[in-house]
Design a protein around this ligand. Sequence first.
Ligand code: 5GP
Length: 203
Amino acid sequence: MEKQGILFIVSGPAGSGKGTVVSELRKIMPDVGVSVSATTRAPRPGEVCGVNYHFTTRADFEGKIAAGEVLEYTEYLGNYYGTLRSEVERLLGEGRDVILEIEVEGAAQIKRSFPDSVAVMLIPPDSTTLERRLRGRGTETEEVILRRLERAREELKSVGAYDYVVINGEGEVERCAGSIRSIIEAEHCSRTRMEETVGGFFG
Ligand code: 5GP
């Protein structure tokens, strides 16, 4: 039987460790497709266009929104970030599970448009850890760090809209990736997703 991919959202505030956990997940589940988002933010040192993001201009991004090429988007600290329809359709078309690593507002939009999607919120164990992680990146100004912290506080209030919550403490990247793998495997066994298979059992 053809494998049907599932759309997974891995979300959570900046500093929750989404990026690191999703990279680890790719190592242990290489078949899972991770959608590369579009953004108008400037690349950080070492970031590569087409790998970390599709870096683009505001005019191009707005053109894509108008053309219906963006499944969800948000304006985060003055820059657009969005999921490209083409990325998601390509990966699901290959029968793969797809991970969207996006912030909370985008996660809510995806949940509305794709009720079958599964949303996982990754959270830091406490606010001190969150602040340390944001500062530790060393690439942002104090003003940006404070705005990211404020946004993180707001984002944590949306936890009720999620299907799963994973706490990412210090040194727990592998454990968190393992938890998300368990969630992915469990979702493939969920009764509602299996109804067709079971129903067609005796022809
Ligand atoms: P950063 O600038 O640190 O790469 O990303 C800032 C925030 O935007 C992070 O929370 C990241 O998960 C989120 N983000 C990245 N891509 C997308 C996207 O396509 N859509 C939405 N809604 N958020 C995104």
